[in-house]
Each structure stands twice: as structure tokens, then as C-alpha cells.
Design a protein around this ligand. Sequence first.
Ligand code: HEC
Length: 184
Amino acid sequence: MKTWKMAVLGVAAIGFSAMSANAGELDILKPRVPADQIAAAKAMKPPFAVTQDMIAKGKDVFNGAGTCYTCHGAAGDGNGPGAAGMDPAPRNFTNSKFEQVRTAGEMFWVVSNGSPLQPAMVGFVTAGQITEKQAWEAVIYERSLGCGGDMSCVEGSADWVSKQPVHEEAAGNLKPEFLNTAAK
Ligand code: HEC
């Protein structure tokens, strides 16, 4: 009897936590980098060749010094233990559509300076928690989660991103406020 009750409670708890895991991400088309800095951010490139070795180093930062997994989840899907109730929710890096619209440089800017739209995503470099090199490594690892084995996608230059098709889901959100405007 007791075991039966616990099993039911367990299932209920799993159902509840899955539902309330987070409040949902903000639109991927809404840039995080302020308008006066976005061109420079988009043009930034990793200061090293993007290799499997760098991806592995980034994984160590993500799960280690950077503590990124606590919010973004061990799988990088945005469902880490710290994500509960966060609004907007941590980015899901396994969504390949995100990598299609964001350059690695823009992501690096956020890891350096923080997200103007979510104070929980602090500037890990300016706060001194990780170095610039570690921030680039973490970004490269995060991109690899949605890019599969496509290294040009992992590198995510502005040139590469501009060639990606704008998917339907995103096209519906192409309102002026989501395009290259200053972050609110
Ligand atoms: C305390 C929770 C938390 C931690 C720890 C955290 N993040 Fe985030 N991160 C967030 C949230 C929440 C967002 C969504 C913010 C937004 O939508 O602007 C986010 C967004 C991002 C973005 C995407 C911004 C965009 O362009 O849409 C990147 C890149 C990122 N985080 C990288 C990292 C890296 C790398 C680390 C570890 C060094 C890290 N985060 C650690 C909460 C966190």
C-alpha cells in the first residue's frame, strides 16, 4: 500500500516538475546585444580554430568552472535545476533553429556581459568567473549541441548565419521589435 502511494506521488511529482520546469524561452529572433554594439558582436570570431578538441574543452567549462549546466541543463536543453520558474527561461541550445539565427560572437557577448533581458544570465567574464578563452570554448560547445557535426555551423560566423533560411516559426515573429533593435 505504502509503495503504491509513493509510486503515484512520484509520477505526480515528475509530471508537475515537467510542466513547471521553466516559463519558456524568449524569441530567438530578438537580439540580446544592444543595437550600438551588435555589428561588432556579430563580426567577432573564436580566437582559435574550431575543433573537436575545443568543443571538449567547452564541455568542461559548461559543466565545471562556468556552472552553465545549472540553468541550461546537463543536456543543454534549458532545463537545469536552476531553471525552475525563470522567466525568460534559459536558452535551449539543442534547438538547431537558434544556431541558425545567432552568431557565435553574439553569444560570446552575452557570456561576457550578461543578458540585458535576464539578470540571472550574468556576465561571466566581466564578473571574473571565467576567462574570455573559456567563454569562447563554452559558446562553441553550446553551438555543437544544435549543429550536429557541421563545423561551419559550430563556428557560426555572421556570413554563415546570413545564409541560413528563415524558418516558418521564426518568420511569424519578424516584427520590428525583434529585428536588430536595442535590447529593452
Ligand atoms: C543562473 C542561471 C544561468 C547560468 C548559470 C547560465 N545561464 Fe546562460 N542564460 C540564462 C538565461 C535565463 C538565459 C536567457 C536569457 C535571455 O533570454 O536573454 C540565458 C541565455 C544564454 C545565452 C543566449 C543568449 C541569446 O543570444 O539568446 C547564452 C549564449 C548563454 N546563456 C550562455 C551561458 C554560458 C556559456 C554559461 C556558463 C558560463 C551560462 N549561460 C550560464 C541563465 C543562465
